[in-house]
Design a protein around this ligand. Structure first.
Ligand code: NAP
Length: 304
């Protein structure tokens, strides 16, 4: 079998971990090109062509691990339009332009994959895909954002919002500008992707009724979490009280939890750290394994 030539855009936390997996892993593939902004940056592997996105777009498969929206949208359109599989961990791209990209992928018999876009290395999209095959998913419910879990837990222990946020920033759980997380957008994008997979029809972030945690009061001793919840007809993200005996209440630190309810079967749960370079790269590598096996999957099924 010919070795798949991978064009990788982005050599950060996940991109460099993927590079190592491609180099050492068992799949018949080669890292053919890496696109970075700074071509002199240390740590780039020897013997691999380094350039801009145009170079990576010439490979058999394009993997985007750069983040952002405008660049990735243009690269995805170009790759898919040329019939090349596009693999990404970019939740913003998939929750904003997923329908258009799935349509191009379908039309051009390319492939669109994004297993790493939700849950990092925790197989949330994979579990949802597996159960979606039953055609009987009734509900999905999850805690999908670690920053808000950290802040709400600390508030439940008696800290104010400002104190909890500062603590989360000091511990590396929150960005200097935390708005994407605390406004609920990160969880809303992840929920939109999971719901799209669960019911085989793309749903944008805008369909999610989203309430963030800013201004939400938490009484000492109360367990509140930012809960993402979807049925076929409704999607919401909001802070809600959780019974301490609910398995979702155990989500702490960077742990994310997803519950999938299937009619006449029951509740399935998957949980694990929502981030991490090597494990997130592992999810991307899993997508590449499907391509190496000759599959041409389109993440949201055939758009209708
Ligand atoms: N880290 C995780 O645990 C995790 C988990 C799930 C999903 N993700 C997703 O995975 C993607 C990558 O995340 P990351 O943590 O690896 O980010 P990161 O460490 O910031 O790396 C991003 C890399 O992309 C490069 N880049 C940005 N724009 C570029 C452009 N126009 N052309 C070429 N290269 C460009 C950056 O180059 P410079 O260094 O020059 O800026 C940087 O090397 C994001 O979509 C993120 O949401 C990450």
């Amino acid at each position: 079998m010919d070795r798949l030539q991978i064009g990788l855009i982005g050599w950060g936390t996940v991109g460099s971990a993927l590079g190592e997996l491609v180099r050492t892993g068992p799949l018949p593939m080669t890292l053919a090109a890496i696109a970075v902004r700074d071509r002199e940056r240390p740590g780039l592997p020897k013997g691999v062509q380094v350039g801009g996105a145009d170079l990576a777009l010439q490979a058999d498969v394009v993997v985007e691990l750069a983040g952002g929206l405008d660049g990735p949208l243009a690269w995805a359109r170009q790759a898919l339009d040329r019939g090349k599989p596009y693999v990404t961990a970019n939740k913003a791209l998939l929750a904003t332009h997923g329908r258009e990209l799935a349509e191009i992928a379908d039309r051009r018999v390319a492939a669109l994959l994004g297993s790493a876009s939700v849950g990092g290395g925790t197989p949330m999209i994979e579990a949802t895909q597996h159960l979606a095959a039953t055609g009987a998913i009734e509900r999905i419910r999850g805690i999908l954002n670690a920053t808000t879990t950290y802040i709400l837990s600390a508030m439940g222990e008696g800290r104010s919002y400002d104190e909890a946020l500062r603590e989360a920033q000091d511990a590396g759980y929150a960005e200097a500008d935390p708005s994407f997380d605390v406004d609920g957008r990160d969880a809303a994008q992840k929920l939109a992707i999971l719901a799209s997979v669960a019911w085989g029809r793309w749903r944008p972030e805008q369909d999610v009724d989203t309430t963030g945690i800013v201004g939400h009061e938490v009484a000492a001793g109360e367990t509140i979490r930012l809960v993402a919840e979807a049925t076929k007809g409704s999607l919401s993200v909001k802070p809600m009280p959780i019974d301490p005996t609910d398995p979702m209440a155990r989500a702490a630190g960077i742990e994310n939890v997803l519950e999938i309810t299937v009619a006449d079967a029951g509740v399935y749960r998957v949980s694990g750290p929502g981030a991490g370079g090597r494990v997130t790269a592992g999810a991307v590598y899993g997508d590449l394994a499907r391509l190496a096996a000759g599959e041409r999957p389109v993440l949201f099924g055939s758009p209708s």
